[in-house]
Design a binder for this molecule. Sequence first.
Ligand code: UD1
Length: 435
Amino acid sequence: MEKYVIHGGTTLHGEVEISGAKNAAVAIIPAALMVDGVCVIENMPQISDTEMLLTILRELGAKIRYLNRSTVEIDCTNVWMQDAPYDLMRKIRASYYLIGAMLGRFGHAKTTMPGGCNFGVRPIDQHIKGMNALGADVDVKSGFVYADARDGKLHGARIYLDKVSVGATMNIILAATLAQGRTIIENAAREPHIVDLANFLNSMGADIRGAGTDTVKVNGVERLHGGSYAIIPDQIEAGTYMVAAAATGGEVLIKNVIPRHLECISAKLRETGTIVLENGDTVLVKGASALRKINVKTLPYPGFPTDMQPPMCALLCVANGTSVITEGVYDNRYKYVNELRKMGAEIQVDGRVAVVEGGKRLSGAPVTACDLRAGAAMVIAGMCAAGTTVVEDVRFIERGYENFVGKLNALGADIHIVDEAEETDGREKILSIMG
Ligand code: UD1
């Protein structure tokens, strides 16, 4: 188990390159299962979530090899229907995409209920509703999801989502791609990674229109063929470095981004007094000498992303004045607030609203990364704090940020990765020497 030891009071300066989008990659890897041929996927982020999904595919019989650090070749020509490794599936949220992809390829699927970050109850009823409409029976029993196409094949249908759900939209797109006939998804989510999944599938022969709007139309095709595709840059990784630069009062050029996808984050940062300049595929972020309070509400895209809520909260702790955050997507996404309080933050939470009394000088403390984005918030707070912060459970952070510590240190942060096992071992050795 590793932890990060952060010496605070650093200001970020320099350039950082953004990796491929996690939330696109974790759908595109399962999508490759439906491709009859070889897919070459560029800009694959090197994070534990994608590694786990690639391992799952390999265990299903896929041939996988890296052509370079971020380009992976996946050949699912000879995969066969078998039990997928449940211990891996349980750990990641995105394992739910295997339901849509396996149903599309084999006409049935057996997976675990998805894992991932715990923001309270995260039901998959809209995924199931979609699969049912496409002609699959879905049964959830003892932590497993069993799905079977009633007549061995899925059929297009009209599906209205009761909730705007990224996962359900992508899963239904996956299942509908090889279904017979036309599927129409209404009240679909519009996130950039949905467009990316559709673009990937279309480049392999699918017929998907309207991704990025609230009505997605999928005309089922017989088969998908191999091809090459480059994943879009990660909106949330870029947003995290933008917030980190602003919170530490630094100046960072963020490269390999799509500024349009960052508009919702740039707009709120500008309200804090931060300068954000877009140029081609870069954004330059210059922190203000004194950050201002803001009110922010998370919403589905193009609203302010819920995944940016914890990093933004860390920033607002050091901004002047009282800010109000309203969480519009999840019921319970403030567990990490207790960790920020250990560092001296003053935050009151009432249901989905958090009131942040800013302008406090944070001080280093031992804290935990409760989940992926909460972990990023702890690191940002640690860089702003006086003294040393130790962040435990960093495996959550490594699920979604490629080389987080390396990239931050290259910008001037002072973060060490410490292996707790080695540390304990060393301590025990010293104790045994001391007799
Ligand atoms: C995805 C992202 C996650 C991000 C979230 C919202 C991945 C792997 N994860 O998660 O990082 O925080 O989008 O942008 O892409 N809901 C239901 N029933 C369902 C599905 C969802 O009630 O069947 C609810 C959820 O509990 C939540 C809301 O709808 O309150 C949105 O969830 P959803 O967009 O589905 O999030 P995920 O796909 O799980």
